[in-house]
Each structure stands twice: as C-alpha cells, then as structure tokens.
Write a protein that binds this ligand. Structure first.
Ligand SMILES: C[S@@+](CC[C@H](N)C(=O)[O-])C[C@H]1O[C@@H](n2cnc3c(N)ncnc32)[C@H](O)[C@@H]1O
Length: 274
C-alpha cells in the first residue's frame, strides 16, 4: 500500500486542523490509561503518555531537544517547562508550526521554544547540534523510519539520547504479516507498523544503542474508543468538511483499530555512542 508523501501528510494536517483540535485537543497523540474504565480525561491521559516517555530519558536542564513531528507544540511546551530545556520543533504542517510558535509566545516560553517547517527525512540542522531527539507518534507517518533514525543520529551529539513513541506490530494468531496488512489496509497506508524487534534493528542500523523500552499497548488502546466517541459527537461539524461517506469510514477505522490485536504501541529510547 502506497504511503502518503510528507507533503500530502502536511496538507492533510493543515486542512483538518480545526477538526483535529476538537478530536484530540492540544496533544495530537494517544493517552495512557491504567484501564479503559479509569476516570481520566483525554487531555490528562495524553499528558501522562508524554511524561511516561520523558521518564525513560535522562533530561538535564539546559539540554537542547529536537522534536520531530511537533504537532501544535504541546509536548514540547510541557517538556520545556518541566525540565528547563530548549526545544526546536519541526512539523511538515505549516499551520501547525505557526500555531506552535504563537502558543509558545502566549505561554512566555518563546525564548526557549521555536518551531519550523521541515521534513524530518531531510533535517536542516548541523551534525551534533542536539542533546536529545524526541518523536512522539510521528514516525509512523514518515516514508522511511530507518532514514529518519539515521537523520536523528546525525544531528545528535555523541552521548545524545532519542525518545520515540510509536505504533508497533504485535504478534497475532495469524502472524505478523497478516496483521501488518490488515492495519495498512484499514488506514489506507497511513499507519505502517513494524514489530519491536524490527524497530530495535533499525535503531542499531542507524548507529544508535537501544535503551529502556516499554510496550504500552494495553494502556494506550482505550484511546481508539475514546477518539471514536469524540468523533461521533462531531458528526455535524465534520460532515460538511469531509462528507458523510468519509466520516463513516473514519469512525469505522477507529473501531477497527480498537479491536485490532496486531496494533500496539511502544515507547523506545536509544543513545548515540559517546
Ligand atoms: C500524530 S501528530 C503528533 C504531533 C505531536 N508529536 C504530538 O504528540 O502532539 C504527527 C506529527 O508528525 C508530523 N509529521 C509527519 N510527517 C512528517 C515529516 N516527514 N516531517 C516532519 N513532521 C512530520 C505531522 O505534521 C504532525 O505534527
């Protein structure tokens, strides 16, 4: 299945920004729930996932972090405020970059936070210019995870660290291949997933050493049903934008992903050798 190009992904995020705001809030990523019935809001659960990933990393005050696929900047702002670090975020969506910069100014964090339009496949930064690279739920969109990891390794200083939150392929009764094909088909190529072992191989091939890793699949899975619930409530606003057919298809995808045993979620870290 052909993946959308980075430009197509960027235009998609630009075109549906208002809808995405209403669907996901300020964090454009999954939440972390101890169980599906836990009474925690989507926003709080999303912040929890950010914190969970940050907890796997050593973050020192003054560090310079590159956020690959920064959305409208919420995880970057949370990290900058909590750890007193400098953050540069990149997104392939022009509108997201504008909004992220406006939000940083409004939060009084613009001296340490900046966002720019760039393709993570071709990073416009010198070698060794960051202490940390962060990619929360963005690598699945990109044409080649291995290439992006190599870019991350290039812009990191020796001893620098990487944190990734991403969908992954879980073993299922009919095997990895069948699961990957079902996920790709249901998402029309937007969600390409690989197993944890394959992920670790890509990390090593990029010249990085894998660090602490967590399978959080059962804690993020409730996000699909919560997204379906929110999306269903947005029918009136969404249909004029995307049409009834596309609306029903998207809603059915959320339900399909929620029930898909092959679709998991991993938090991964890595380090560039010193
Ligand atoms: C699901 S959103 C996650 C946003 C953010 N990390 C968050 O957690 O709120 C995916 C992000 O990846 C970005 N993205 C996708 N492909 C990209 C690429 N090739 N280069 C840079 N950003 C990309 C999108 O523009 C979007 O900001």
């Amino acid at each position: 299945m052909k993946k959308p190009t980075p430009d197509e992904i960027g235009h998609g995020y630009d075109a549906f920004a208002d809808l995405l705001d209403r669907l996901w809030g300020e964090n454009l990523h999954h939440g972390y729930w101890n169980d599906a019935s836990e009474d925690v809001s989507v926003d709080e659960a999303a912040d929890r996932l950010t914190d969970r990933l940050a907890g796997l990393l050593t973050i020192e005050p003054g560090d310079r972090l590159l956020d690959l696929g920064c959305g409208i900047g919420e995880p970057a702002m949370r990290l900058a405020a909590a750890h007193k670090i400098e953050v540069v975020g990149v997104s392939i969506s022009r509108r997201q970059v504008e909004r992220a910069n406006d939000r940083a100014v409004a939060a009084g964090l613009a001296d340490r936070l900046s966002f720019q339009l760039a393709d993570a496949m071709d990073l416009p930064f010198p070698d060794g210019s960051f202490d940390l690279v962060w990619a929360l739920e963005s690598l699945h969109h990109m044409p080649d995870r291995g290439h992006v990891l190599a870019q991350a390794a290039r812009v990191l200083r020796p001893g620098g660290r990487v944190a990734i939150g991403d969908f992954m392929l879980l073993p299922s009764a009919d095997g990895y291949e069948a699961g990957a094909a079902r996920v790709a088909e249901a998402s029309k190529g937007v969600l390409s997933v690989i197993s944890l072992d394959d992920y670790l191989s890509l990390i090593r091939a990029a010249g990085l050493e894998p660090g602490p890793t967590e399978d959080v699949s059962r804690y993020t899975r409730p996000s699909w049903d919560k997204a379906a619930e929110r999306f269903a409530a947005l029918r009136e606003q969404a249909v004029p934008h995307i049409g009834a057919e596309q609306f029903d298809l998207t809603l059915s995808r959320f339900h399909a992903f929620s029930a898909e045993p092959s679709l998991g979620y991993a938090l991964l870290t890595a380090r560039k050798p010193a």
